[in-house]
Design a protein around this ligand. Structure first.
Ligand SMILES: [Fe+2]
Ligand SMILES: [Fe+2]
Length: 321
């Protein structure tokens, strides 16, 4: 595969196994027939199958989708019939996601500026568009399914801002923006770039977001609601996230290979600092928000930690050291 990494931009199409190829090419309607675990399989392909940055760029070109193509009619009908507890649980989770998507849109630009190569800069530019689209996806879902009097996105974000947990606040309002600020102040600060990718791509996306998405989409599958606009759109979001996480693994893997003494401890220290924030973010104000859907908090945390450990193996480090 190494030769492929050195080919000119746009020259080579990535070869995918048939199962992955189906997920890679699915349109919004077809995504209703796809399981989240099959989407996550993209990230688990193993080091020998790591995509190049330009492979990830080309996946982005062919995996475009539009929030405007989704239909939330059935979602709205479900919402009107939902129990009070179901609504509270969904609102808790979607506040975290909606606000989180806006926060990661707002803080990605300094990463583009600090990108060490043009290929990385190009990939990160595609990611910025993705995060904006994810924010718009939640804006539309909120307006059409839940309903709101907020006139614009700023007011709606103020209305939905999660106020339930400190871990979330520390991650999204302290760690992420302060690392982005270091890159903005000095785009040549590669340590800040590595720390930023660890927080953004590995902690926020690979460990928190994909875990939350996985359990919510699986619950919808068990309920037989995979033809809803939310299921299709959220699966498209997860497919986008699988590209982002593959990118993050690749960046950190290359940094660790290039200079293990410098970067392995930096990544490990960042992870150790952020792990309590992961547990805090995934902890609902009422345990019934999770048990109502047939899951337990420890099961969700275990999945998050297993996902994290898989990513760390691919990067070439572990947490114990
Ligand atoms: Fe996102
Ligand atoms: Fe993302």
């Amino acid at each position: 595969m190494d030769a492929a990494n050195h080919m000119a931009v746009g020259q080579k199409t990535e070869h995918l196994e048939p199962d992955l190829d189906r997920v890679a090419k699915a349109n919004l309607k077809e995504l209703g027939d796809i399981r989240i675990d099959d989407v996550l399989a993209f990230i688990d392909r193993g080091i020998e199958n790591m995509p190049s940055y330009m492979d990830l760029y080309r996946r982005w070109e062919s995996q475009q989708w539009s929030v405007g193509d989704l239909d939330f009619t059935l979602d709205r009908e479900d919402w009107l019939k939902a129990s009070d507890l179901d609504r509270k649980a969904t609102l808790w989770s979607h506040r975290l996601f909606f606000n989180g998507e806006e926060r990661v849109t707002a803080t990605l630009a300094p990463f583009v500026w600090a990108a060490p190569t043009p290929e990385i800069e190009i990939f990160l530019s595609t990611q910025m568009v993705d995060e904006a689209r994810h924010t718009v996806f939640f804006d539309r879902w909120w307006r059409e399914v839940v309903g709101t009097d907020s006139k614009n996105l700023k007011d709606l974000l103020a209305e939905i801002r999660p106020d339930t947990n400190e871990g979330y606040n520390t991650l999204f309002y302290d760690r992420l923006p302060s690392t982005a600020q270091r890159m903005a102040s000095n785009p040549k600060d590669f340590d800040a770039f590595v720390e930023g990718v660890t927080i953004y791509h590995i902690i926020v996306e690979a460990t928190i977001a994909l875990t939350g998405q996985r359990f919510e989409l699986e619950s919808m599958r068990e309920l037989g609601t995979t033809d809803r606009g939310f299921y299709r759109g959220f699966t498209a979001v997860a497919r986008d996230e699988s590209r982002h996480v593959s990118f993050g693994i690749k960046v950190l893997q290359e940094a660790v290979r290039e200079n293990p003494e410098r970067f392995a401890p930096l990544i490990q220290r960042t992870l150790v600092e952020c792990l309590p924030l992961v547990a805090g973010t995934l902890d609902p104000p009422d345990p019934a928000y999770i048990t109502e859907f047939g899951h337990t908090e420890s099961e969700i945390l275990q999945f998050a930690m297993d996902s994290l450990n898989k990513r760390l193996r691919a990067i070439g480090i572990n947490l114990a050291a």
